[in-house]
Design a protein around this ligand. Structure first.
Ligand code: C2O
Ligand code: CU
Ligand code: CU
Length: 618
């Protein structure tokens, strides 16, 4: 559609703006006036460039949204948490009401406040009329309690996991995880925060009164169709909201305020900052407090990531400060930048025009007011003890490479693979020995950034392209953004839970990519018990030993089905994983010619047992 005669106060007069250029999303007729629905963000973007007024011209009036008070999700705490997943409706936009999903309400889900050490019983009743799962993102729980795609809750059923909260104080979240339906159910509104408290955090002088000086900030973008219904797997997410509130404001006290920020968007990354580059302090990453506050003016937050920040508003009563995304500063190759791929020629269906891509925009307005009683007015100098795992402890490095299904100019619209594989619920990508310490090396050979997430564990980033990560990434993490042509290495330990039947997931947290198969799964198998021969009954023989070129493993007397054979050096580092498919007539031939001379151990595992044999390479 074309609008004639639109005048702009700066003196520039624009004629024939297209609806794309001013972002008209809807049009209706109301009280003899034509009402154009122009989202706040478009207005916001135009306001950054010029002051716009085209309120009434040629009988046309425009309607934007007035500022709305930020909705603060309700809370649930204690050791019995009851959630009912339900369909609802929400008036996001003028006109048609939007169909939504929520827990204990129409949209979003209550903030769960849990204490480390508590044994908590959950009851999740599914009234969605469709199967779903609920995954506790970031929590360290047994695989059967993790709510991955294998743990579906069918309609009308109630899922009742119970587990001890083992996590450190931080901000986690929960959301559906049914394969192919994660984006749809999350985009329709199913997502909530989890705040874990512990003694170490409680001892610090930090703001922690929920809704007074400690606020949840769930940032999401959505795409609405012409009937105001939420689209999923869309690249046209141009409506921004915080806690499901479009164009929000929040009254905050003039003291130190804590924000628990979750990027709950399906794809969009935010480059967070404050008005006039005011400094804020990041105090926690995904899975715990940092060792000390990290002063920042920008914070890149990818989907799935959380950050707790402190903003010191002391002495600023009466002022207005915006939390913004400085997306104009995002390098290309990140969803949210001017170009979502590394090259300007790479396009994404529906990505443009969108006022959020590559331009700066406001996320929420803070009106600074009076102090609360006993305010926190200073930021603590130190926070928590962070104990990264030393790199030498690693037993194995696993290399994971991300690539598009088809390379080339259209690659951003295709699906993405990890090590050339798409997710298969029936295929276990890795069996990880219980208590193993591992380095995962993630290499992105595609033109777009992927936020990689792994279940079960928190990890420590060792390097980004060989260099130590910035200070605010030197804490516990469960999501890491891997940029095009970047290699990220992290270290973690798979402890406390083993279960060879229910897998844990790892995947890209761009929900379109995840639903499209950019995911894998692992089970935790038996522990590798020391590097000592334990085959006391000589069930397995190995000959010749010592040897120089090749050896034969003989399983004739083995009393279990051979599931894996792994060769380790004397330090326990994995040298080779042998193909058990090539066992013929209970013999497996192994070429050891490339091994350097020394002591090796063959660990031969069945479902619940493993035998270790020593071997010497001459
Ligand atoms: Cu937040 Cu596997 O997900
Ligand atoms: Cu998760
Ligand atoms: Cu991805």
């Amino acid at each position: 559609m074309i609008i004639d005669n639109c005048s702009i106060l700066s003196g520039i007069s624009l004629n024939k703006l297209t609806s794309d250029e001013i972002g008209i999303q809807g049009i209706s007729y109301y009280e003899n006036r034509l009402v154009l629905r122009i989202p706040y963000l478009y207005i916001n973007k135009m306001m950054k460039n010029f002051t716009v007024t085209f309120l009434v011209f040629l009988g046309v009036s425009y309607q934007s949204f007035s500022q709305n008070p930020l909705v603060i999700p309700s809370t649930l705490n204690g050791t019995n948490i009851n959630l009912t997943l339900q369909n609802g409706t929400h008036q996001f936009l003028p006109g048609a009401i939007t169909n939504t999903n929520g827990a204990n309400g129409d949209i979003l889900a209550p903030t769960l406040i849990l204490n480390q050490g508590d044994f908590v019983n959950f009851s999740v009743n599914n009234q969605l009329g469709d199967s779903t799962t609920i995954h506790w993102h970031g929590l360290h729980v047994a695989p059967e309690n993790d709510g991955g795609p294998h743990t579906a809750i069918v309609p009308n059923a109630t899922w009742t996991p119970s587990f001890t909260i083992l996590d450190k104080a931080a901000t986690y979240w929960y959301h559906p995880h049914l394969h192919h339906k994660t984006d749809m159910q999350v985009s329709k509104g199913l997502a909530g925060l989890i705040i874990v408290k512990d003694a170490e955090e409680a001892a610090l002088n930090l703001p922690r009164t929920y809704g007074q000086d400690d606020f949840p900030i769930i940032i999401q973008t959505k795409d609405f169709d012409a009937n105001n219904q939420v689209m999923h797997h869309s690249n046209s997410d141009d409506v921004l909201m915080v806690n499901a509130t479009i164009d929000p404001y929040l009254d905050v006290p003039s003291q130190v305020v804590r924000y628990r920020i979750l990027n709950g968007s399906s794809q969009r990354a935010f480059n967070i900052g404050l008005t006039a580059n005011m400094t804020f302090q990041q105090i926690a990453s995904d899975g715990g407090l940092l060792s000390s506050p990290v002063p920042l003016t920008r914070l890149l937050l990818a989907p799935g990531e959380r950050a707790e920040i402190l903003v010191n508003f002391t002495g600023m009563s009466g002022q207005t400060i915006y939390l913004e995304s400085f997306a104009s500063e995002l390098p290309n190759g990140i969803y949210g930048a001017t170009f979502p791929g590394m090259g300007a020629g790479l396009t994404m269906t529906g990505y443009n025009p969108n006022p959020l891509n590559g331009t700066d925009f406001n996320i929420i307005k803070f009106n600074v007011g009076a102090q609360t009683g006993s305010p926190v007015t200073t930021v603590p100098a130190t926070l928590a003890t962070v104990t990264p795992i030393p790199e030498v402890n690693s037993n194995i490095t696993r290399a994971l490479t991300f690539a598009p299904v088809t390379m080339g100019m259209n690659q951003l619209n295709g699906e993405f693979l990890i090590n050339n594989l798409s997710y298969n619920m029936m295929f276990v990508n890795y069996t990880i020995p219980f208590n193993n310490t591992e380095i995962w090396q993630l290499t992105n050979n595609s033109a777009i950034s992927h936020p990689f997430h792994i279940h079960d564990v928190q990890f420590y980033i060792l390097t980004r392209n060989g260099v130590a990560p910035p200070l605010n990434e030197q804490g516990r993490k469960d999501v890491v953004l891997v940029k095009p042509q970047e290699t990220v290495r992290f270290i973690t330990k798979f402890e406390d839970f083993a279960n060879s039947s229910v897998p844990y997931m790892y995947h890209c947290h761009l929900l379109k990519h995840e639903d499209g198969g950019m995911m894998g799964q692992f089970v935790i198998g038996p522990e590798i018990v020391g590097l000592q021969e334990n085959d006391v009954n000589n069930l397995i023989s190995i000959y010749p030993n010592p040897s120089n070129e090749s050896v034969t493993l003989d399983f004739a007397k083995a009393t279990f089905d051979i599931k894996s054979v792994v060769v380790r050096d004397q330090y326990g580092k994995e040298i080779q994983s042998l193909n058990v498919g090539s066992i013929k007539n209970h013999y497996l031939a192994v070429d050891v010619s490339s091994y350097s001379s020394g002591v090796y151990y063959f660990s031969i595992s069945g479902e619940n047992t493993s035998q270790i044999k020593k071997f010497i390479k001459l």
